[in-house]
Design a protein around this ligand. Structure first.
Ligand code: GDP
Length: 197
């Protein structure tokens, strides 16, 4: 799969520090601790591509990961909602993310990482509403599914899909586990299609 070629290019603190708005981009969003860094690493089959929450540093920035050439990119959006970040910083990031989502023409779709035990929180609904408003597709990774029994997982997936069908019909969902490595091919398929890979 092409995601093995993903590499870290740059961290942007502002929109104007991002690469030129050409080609195709897929953004990964999620509340802090949802498992977003782990999901990026699992999808790309790399241990240390995205830094997990335990490693401070890049987490408050937009991190850019080209897949192969720079015309195809994964964007790691800063997670927030859980971490104890100062209110001023939260507001700054809220503004940066809002602007990124509204203005970025190369953004083809949004991957929303949610802890499968706590899906569809306010932050997630905001992201899904953005996707619906902008006509961009969303794909929800219900991660840490290894923490659920098989039947709990199936029930969670069905419930999330039902809500999405009613409220956010441009969004899909799947079970995912970075630890158990389940759902990787399905996620790669969706992201790869959006990127045109
Ligand atoms: P982020 O803040 O969204 O980037 O979350 P991280 O990827 O740093 O993960 C947050 C915590 O959840 C870490 O302690 C991870 O080890 C744990 N975690 C992430 N993915 C999984 C998973 O698939 N299964 C389990 N059981 N734990 C996970």
């Amino acid at each position: 799969h092409p995601f093995r070629q993903a590499r870290f290019l740059t961290s942007a603190n502002r929109i104007d520090q991002l690469p030129a708005d050409r080609g195709a981009e897929v953004a990964f969003a999620g509340r802090s601790n949802a498992g977003k860094s782990s999901a990026l690493n699992a999808i790309c089959d790399q241990q240390t591509l995205a830094r997990t929450s335990k490693t401070p540093g890049r987490t408050q920035l937009l991190n850019v990961f080209p897949v192969g050439d720079e015309a195809h990119r994964l964007i790691d959006l800063p997670g927030y909602g859980y971490a104890k970040v100062p209110e001023a910083m939260r507001l700054h990031w809220r503004g940066v993310i809002d602007r990124y989502l509204r203005e970025r023409e190369s953004l083809k779709g949004l991957v929303l990482v949610m802890d499968s035990r706590h899906p569809l929180k306010d932050f997630d609904r905001d992201m899904l509403a953005f996707g619906a408003a902008s006509g961009r597709p969303c794909h929800c990774l219900l991660t840490k599914s290894d923490k659920l029994s098989r039947s709990e997982g199936a029930r969670t997936l069905a419930a999330v899909r039902k809500t999405l069908a009613q409220e956010f019909p441009n969004a899909g969902a799947q079970l995912f586990s970075s630890h158990a490595k389940t759902g990787l091919d399905e996620a790669r398929g969706v992201v790869g299609r959006w990127l045109g890979l």
